[in-house]
Ligand binder design. Structure first.
Ligand SMILES: [Zn+2]
Length: 131
């Protein structure tokens, strides 16, 4: 009980690396699938097809947004590994439960702070990086 349990950092780094690669691949596919805006329905295309395409684009874009946010979180976690801060809560500095890290390796807050943050965030969910 004397020494703190060392986290298997190398394993987490590997998991995060793999996850990031997967997310970025998925993200690239979504971005490709979403037709660039400005594309108009061509001749021979029924309006219904166009609507379906627009709806699909929107879904793809929403998915791409959340994938991009996830990729950012994973990169952030990798940075924290490099800085030797991985596994400690960004708010209170406590070690994050390993159960939680195994489920969400890019978690930056302990469960307690996460829950406190979720409550405080109600109503102000805007991300700073939105343009
Ligand atoms: Zn905390």
């Amino acid at each position: 009980m004397g020494e703190p349990a060392a986290l298997p950092i190398d394993r987490y780094r590997q998991v995060l690396d793999e996850h990031l690669a997967q997310v970025e691949r998925e993200l690239a596919e979504r971005r490709l699938a979403a037709t660039p805006s400005g594309e108009r329905p061509g001749f021979g295309k029924r309006a219904g097809d166009y609507v379906a395409q627009v709806v699909e684009d929107r879904t793809n874009n929403q998915l791409a947004d959340s994938l991009a946010a996830l990729a950012t979180s994973i990169r952030h976690a990798l940075t924290r590994i490099d800085e030797g801060r991985f596994g400690s809560c960004e708010k209170c500095g406590q070690q994050i439960d390993e159960d939680r890290l195994q489920a969400v390796p890019w978690a930056t807050l302990c469960l307690r702070c996460q829950e406190a943050g979720d409550q405080a965030k109600k109503g102000s969910l805007l991300r700073r990086s939105r343009h």
